[in-house]
Design a protein around this ligand. Structure first.
Ligand code: ATP
Length: 198
């Protein structure tokens, strides 16, 4: 089974593209949302995170204290790397298990940090979704109700677009409306189906 990776900086539109594959019946593994679930579900991961970040990592009801974790990892690069080095292997293991149960000729793995976490090495093809920085910031501010500077803080921890473009097999410039993205998706979908199905 082939693995097609979808990545892109925050607000680039990778989830929007990934959902287009899902709507066509291609199984989708959303690494970022699985990471969030595993941080709550996996006892091993919970213990390691508490060891790294302290007791405040989880709220009394057992849920992740997102505000606390965000306040640390978006300002302390070492802690961010520490969290990634704990969460990433857990997600990778979870992805392999998930993949085993899929039967389609290819699956899609969406991850914001595909290159940063070196998951690109396990993908057969990589699609990068990119868009103008100001447009991405505007989209995230609108979607999440956060400030300009909060989005910029998150972007600071991601690899530069130039570096990502060099590493990707397909680059989609999501700088138009949804119609343009849909047309680009259709082209890509047919190329992948031709390579992996026929
Ligand atoms: P993140 O890394 O933060 O999860 P993302 O790369 O997955 O972001 P999306 O959530 O897909 O980005 O898109 C960000 C926002 O921009 C969403 O609200 C989405 O609906 C909107 N959006 C994405 N692409 C377009 C487009 N071509 N036209 C209009 N709105 C778009």
């Amino acid at each position: 089974m082939k693995v097609v990776g979808i990545t892109g900086g925050i607000g680039s539109g990778k989830s929007t593209l990934a959902k287009m594959f899902l709507n066509r019946g291609i199984p989708l593994y959303d690494s970022d949302s699985r990471a969030k679930s595993l941080m709550v579900e996996s006892a091993e991961l919970r213990n390691s995170l508490v060891e790294l970040l302290g007791e405040n990592t989880y709220l009394e009801d057992g849920s992740l204290n997102r505000a606390f974790v965000a306040s640390i990892i978006f300002t302390d690069k070492e802690k961010l790397q520490g969290v990634n080095s704990l969460v990433h292997p857990a997600v990778f293991k979870d992805f392999l298990l998930w993949k085993e149960s899929q039967t389609s000729p290819f699956v899609v793995k969406e991850s914001a940090l595909l290159f940063e976490n070196k998951s690109d090495e396990f993908c057969d093809k990589i699609i990068l979704v990119t868009a103008d920085l100001e447009l991405r910031i505007k989209r995230v501010m609108q979607r999440d109700g956060v400030s300009y500077n909060q989005v910029v803080d998150r972007i600071k921890n991601q690899m530069s677009e130039e570096e990502k473009i060099k590493k990707a097999d397909f680059v989609l410039y999501n700088d138009g409306g949804l119609e343009k993205l849909t047309t680009e998706f259709e082209n890509l979908y047919h190329q992948l189906i031709e390579s992996y199905v026929y």
